[in-house]
Design a protein around this ligand. Sequence first.
Ligand code: HEM
Length: 519
Amino acid sequence: MDRSASASIPSATANGPLVSFPLPSFLTPFIQGKDFSSYYTTAAILVSLLILEQAVYRYKKRHLPGAKWTIPIIGKFADSMSPSMEAYKRQWQSGDLSAVSVFNIFIVMASSNEYARKILNSPTYAEPCLVHSAKQILLPENWVFLTGKTHVEYRRGLNALFTRKALGTYVPIQESICRKHLARWLEAAKKNPKEAQPIMMTARHMNMETSLGVFCGKHIPEHAAEEINEKYWAITQSLELVNFPLALPGTKVYKAIQARKVALHWLELAAHNSKIAMANGAEPECMLDEWVASLADPNYKGRKEFSDHEMAMVLFSFLFASQDAMSSGLIYGFQHLADHPEVMAKVREEQERVRGGDYNQPLTMEMMDKMVYLQAAVKESMRVKPPVLMVPYKATRAFPIADDYTVPANSMVIPSFFNSLHDPEVYPNPEEFVPERWLDPEGSANANPKNYLVFGSGPHRCIGLEYATMNIALVLGMAAAMMTWEHEVTPQSHLSEIIATIFPKDGCRLKLTPTNHAQ
Ligand code: HEM
């Protein structure tokens, strides 16, 4: 071994190791010309760090269920790259609270209703942290990252966009876009009437156009909605728990950032156009108009000035929060109705009754209110297959979540909704799709609203929940009027793919046939 070069390294490490032992010959090429002692030092530091990593993990985990040792450095990274329902269920069933570590981020999963709700309703201890890439995609100044009082105040101003009056303004936009898309689906089905087609991407496309139509009305051109839709898939794909840290060209986060730039460009333009239209005395026709009108209302208390960029960021946060969740809810809605012909028949009967046999009559909020059975079916569909399985929060300080366990400060703490929504005490036969359970006001489902965590709970509870439920009902009701659909069940139909939200693994393959009411 050539140690002659040792004189050239700093004196503090030049004296060689305290204990020497023979080195395997395969290592010698790597240490040619280097001071051997530095390798011992480096190795000792590395081993100490790895031991420390395990000790810290064990110290934080205490008695919680979870692996006794964490995989050095990466932890359960591989699992987080390819999440599966089965693995999640195992985790949730391992305990009301359980522990994992990914890249040294210590994570506490909360699966019971009590603990999930406690996290969502303890803003002094925990705040949403979304996925790792969210700040790069949404921009750090986006309102969704506000916390505490500033968040509450900002959000209060946005409530004007989801009042019953505002929702009523959106119904005609939703209806016309829905009719247009379903007619397109039927046109495409005509070319190959015997073959089922997956609705995964076509349903996403309809949702995107509906959202942009509702948010921006005529202030955004149709081709912009096409462009945003085309690029948006890059954003969905970037929503992994942990991403490659640098947004270098070619990475998923880089592509998502490019997609956001396109979306923000069009949304800013729409905000600008809405302000001009409202200043010229137009009636509100979309969400932006409702917002501008609410700011001009003399009774409105709160901040009155929002730049085009700020408005665009709010709309983009809505798109970000809704595109995947709404698509998941809608696609499972189609699948559940097709798999339960007895429910489908009741939905059709209700459509006939509420529309009085006139399928050209424009839909209104009052008509939507009368579709009680359809609404129960939508609620039940999202209970059985909750679009959002869990929401990552961060413990902003030591969080005494249970008598015998405190979540260490800066840990991730993840309330999971599945067990609450599948609690057999509240929802007997929880795996079964039974809309009737929502029709009995005294029944256990309605008596335990705290279990229905589809939209979260507490200060960050979904702001768009009424709109989302109404939109899914509107599309399914319209589809029930315009077509029949048959589900081609494959071995993958009842397995869930997790891409930010959950989807049937085969994309939900449907064979569509027009009814007499499809124009
Ligand atoms: C089926 C569709 C949807 C589902 C299942 C869903 C679910 C959720 C969930 C679970 C949360 C987190 C709640 C919490 O932390 O407690 C959330 C938050 C949020 N959702 Fe939704 N959502 C849906 C549609 C929408 C729509 C249509 C919009 C807007 C138009 C929207 C806007 C938001 C926003 C802005 C937040 C964050 C609220 C805040 O931090 O204050 N969501 N949603």
